[in-house]
Write a protein that binds this ligand. Structure first.
Ligand SMILES: NC(=O)c1ccc[n+]([C@@H]2O[C@H](COP(=O)([O-])OP(=O)(O)OC[C@H]3O[C@@H](n4cnc5c(N)ncnc54)[C@H](OP(=O)(O)O)[C@@H]3O)[C@@H](O)[C@H]2O)c1
Length: 222
């Protein structure tokens, strides 16, 4: 049984990850604005945008593994508040990387395929990103801060779909909700991406931890 701290535990990835491993491991989830009820893992409600809170949390919970899924993942919110996006998506991961290295904890930092502009396609880890939005730029800087502060960390560029707390978070929920309500929705034919179902992503991330991997990975479907 491993002690796992999951940030963003009210989010699409964090919640699914925590629910998936709450029985087999000792999971603690960190949420900010959205509380959680009826879950079997411990929940801490706090604002991680504060290095002192972050250190106290890590020292108190003493996790062996930190899955860092907290982020400002809403593109519009990032455009509206670039300073907060910088703090949460770039500076917070950097600080977390520094602290996890100091405290000897394994860090899995979640990043995004949005670091690429999408022009070329078929990206591999050695390709040079070209982030176009505030969200993408701050996430890319987060990767760089993590890698610099903690070379042992896993940086996972992901894309995924699944069921969220609000039922409105993922693209699949958008289509499901609209089609269930009898609404016609437009899809697209000129975009290709390779998301994983969120539970498969959680399983893959856990597998990467168990293999003691480090460095940058694209964790997506075929
Ligand atoms: N969703 C996708 O398709 C997708 C694609 C590629 C990459 N990603 C990446 O995957 C990761 C998880 O994304 P997601 O879709 O699961 O995100 P999400 O559903 O938007 O959840 C974001 C989480 O971050 C927490 N959070 C935000 N600010 C915080 C703060 N100041 N202190 C503590 N917690 C804070 C939120 O807490 P509250 O809600 O409680 O406030 C929430 O739990 C992110 O790194 C994202 O960039 C997502």
């Amino acid at each position: 049984m491993t002690r796992i701290l999951v940030t963003g535990a009210s989010g699409l990835l964090g919640l699914n990850f925590a629910l998936q491993y709450q029985a087999a491991h000792q999971v603690m989830g960190v949420v900010h604005q959205h509380g959680l009820r009826n879950v079997s893992f411990a929940v801490v409600k706090t604002d991680l945008n504060n290095p002192r809170i972050l250190k106290r949390l890590l020292v108190g919970a003493a996790p062996e593994v930190v899955i860092h899924a907290a982020a400002i993942a809403n593109l519009e919110a990032c455009e509206k508040n670039p300073q907060l996006a910088q703090q949460i998506n770039a500076d917070l991961p950097g600080e977390l990387a520094r602290l996890t290295r100091e405290l000897g904890m394994k860090l899995v930092h979640i990043s995004t395929d949005a670091v690429f502009d999408g022009e070329q396609g078929g990206y591999v880890e050695t390709d040079t990103p070209n982030p176009l939005s505030v969200y993408a730029r701050t996430k890319y800087e987060g990767e760089q801060q993590v890698t610099e502060a903690n070379p042992e960390a896993i940086v996972a560029r992901v894309n995924f779909f699944g069921w969220s707390l609000t039922g409105k978070r993922s693209l699949s929920e958008f289509f499901y909700n609209n089609l269930s309500a009898g609404n016609q929705v437009k899809g697209f034919t000129d975009v290709q991406f390779c998301p994983l179902q969120v539970n498969q992503l959680a399983e893959t991330l856990m597998g990467m931890v168990n293999l003691d991997l480090r460095g940058l990975y694209h964790v997506v479907s075929g």
